[in-house]
Design a protein around this ligand. Structure first.
Ligand SMILES: [Ca+2]
Ligand SMILES: [Ca+2]
Length: 528
């Protein structure tokens, strides 16, 4: 199929004599449509070692930091917050969408080559990238390639039958939209006056793209190149699993292989611009499904990790966490030996962790201590380090970030704070050495300063059914992490030399005996 599309493209280029300028910027001459196998082989050595194990921070731009007092978060606000993030130990930023959009979350984009004016300008974004790089921090941006806004000019042209845009979306004429070919009409919307149906799985105003269109794929390349050329370090792809989903095409159209091919092709393209660029994707599904996508990205969010850690900590049962993580990470490297796991506790689509834990600081300490000592890139959702609370609807899991008096930026109060009225702000937590902020900060720094935690292999230790225990080993270092899930002090003999490098309570390691207090996490560097 792709070979056909390629030939069609070449024919089109010949017919039109020369390609429009904007097409030439991505050079259609080199447009390759290889198969999944060919792409996997080509990309087998692709890797981004420099980011291995480092901690990322996920910013929801409208809610994070306001630089100009209009109560809306903006990009300059993020730039002015870089010292805060640097001090916390953050090495990478993931920004939720910054493109122009009619909604506050901006997951429905109207212009992929611009910054929403509410957030600032392209220059502001370039400044953010440059200042982040000065602090050895990378910046990745959300990229929503499954759907656009219904207000995107492409869609407006498409519903009026304009070429090539009509082919950019899943649009079917009334007469072709038969129940034989489209038995399941969920997610399909009828525009009676246009005589067409279009597909929009998430919301009527988010029409889904038709990635079979070569012209669209070239638009995507232009977009990716544009931001890479501006200095962005990579992308977080939204809804990667839904690029081709089962309801959007004619019945029995295979989807998995097409998804794999599409994302491998995008990865190949991004790496051709910058081999060091990093791509991470959202495939919100079970481990088995996620595994099919491991070669298409450097990294994928590990939703199973979040579920298992939250459930395990809540129920006081560490064992399932162990098997799940080991199995997942082993499976992910089968097709992509350089795969980096992206682990997290929650994100902008999920209830706040502290709310899941019923505001229990012990559980919060345990879960975050696990997150920050495991292999992979831990992602922290802004506010998690302050113990943010929040539950659906979505606006309330994206509440404004509490900077407190005396910060360089102000809290963007675009919506009333409901869940975090009693949450201590940045200033207060920085002054309190027992705050959750300091817990996060200490552990992030320890992670980055210790090779075993950053890049070491992981194996589990069988100590007790109440204690999650594992070791991380690198060439020159061995680190043991112990997390006591119970309300009982736990004492055991540990026949090694070493020292405690981190503890959340009064645990100790002395005379070959380890003591862990209830709900405590400790880290021991083993010296023999
Ligand atoms: Ca603002
Ligand atoms: Ca789709």
């Amino acid at each position: 199929m792709m070979k056909k599309i390629l030939s069609l493209l070449i024919v089109l280029l010949i017919i039109t004599g020369c390609a429009p300028d904007e097409v030439l910027t991505v050079d259609p001459e080199t447009y390759e449509s290889l198969s999944v196998d060919e792409l996997e082989e080509k990309l087998i050595d692709s890797r981004v070692d420099k980011l291995e194990g480092q901690v990322f921070y996920n910013i929801f731009p409208k809610s994070f930091a306001d630089s100009n007092g209009d109560n809306r978060g903006d990009i300059e606000g993020i730039t002015l917050s870089l010292d805060y993030l640097d001090n916390l130990g953050i090495k990478g930023l993931w920004l939720n969408p910054i493109h122009p959009s009619p909604t506050y979350h901006r997951y429905d984009v109207t212009d992929y080559l611009a910054v929403d004016p509410e957030l600032g300008t392209i220059d502001d974004f370039v400044e953010l990238i440059e200042q982040a790089h000065e602090r050895e921090m990378v910046v990745i941006m959300d990229m929503v390639l499954n759907h656009s806004s219904s207000s995107h000019p492409w869609f407006q042209k498409a519903i009026n039958g304009e070429e090539p845009y009509v082919d950019y979306y899943r649009i079917v004429k009334d007469e072709d939209f038969t129940s034989d070919l489209y038995p399941n009409r969920e997610g399909w919307y009828h525009l009676e006056n246009k005589g067409i149906w279009y597909y929009a799985a998430f919301w009527s105003e988010m029409p889904e793209f038709n990635a079979d269109s070569v012209e669209l794929r070239i638009e995507f390349r232009k977009i990716l190149k544009y931001w890479l050329d501006l200095g962005v370090d990579g992308f977080r792809y939204d809804a990667a699993y839904h690029l081709y989903d089962s309801a959007e095409a004619e019945i029995r159209t295979p989807t998995m292989q097409r998804n794999q091919q599409f994302w491998l092709e995008m990865k190949d393209y991004v790496k051709s611009i910058n081999p060091e660029a990093y791509v991470v994707a959202e495939v919100w599904s079970d481990s088995k499904t996620v595994q099919a996508y491991s070669s298409g990205f450097d990294s994928l969010f590990n939703f199973d990790f979040a579920t298992k850690v939250l459930e395990g900590v809540n129920r006081g049962q560490p064992l399932e966490i162990l098997t799940s993580i080991l199995n997942h990470q082993r499976a992910m490297t089968e097709r992509n030996p350089n795969f980096l796991d992206a682990i997290f506790l929650s994100n902008h689509d999920q209830p706040r962790v502290m709310t899941v834990f019923g505001n229990d600081r012990n559980k919060m300490n345990l879960a975050s201590s696990i997150l920050l000592t495991m292999p992979g890139n831990p992602y922290i959702y802004y506010g998690e380090e302050l113990g943010y609370l929040g539950n659906k609807p979505d606006e309330q899991i994206r509440e404004p970030f509490l900077w407190g008096e005396g910060s360089r930026v102000t809290t963007p109060l675009w919506e009333p704070i409901k869940f975090n009225t009693n949450t201590a702000d940045v200033q207060a937590q920085q002054q309190d050495s027992n705050s959750l902020y300091h817990h996060y900060r200490s552990l992030i720094h320890i992670r980055h300063e210790n090779e075993a935690l950053l890049k070491g292999e992981m194996s589990f230790l069988n100590i007790s059914s109440n204690v999650l225990a594992y070791e991380r080993t690198s060439e020159n270092q061995r680190m043991v992490a112990l997390h006591n899930f119970s309300n009982q002090r736990f004492v055991f003999d540990f026949n090694h030399e070493g020292r405690v490098v981190f503890q959340t309570k009064a645990g100790s390691f002395f005379n070959k005996q380890v003591v862990i207090e209830p709900y405590e996490s400790i880290l021991i560097e083993v010296n023999d």
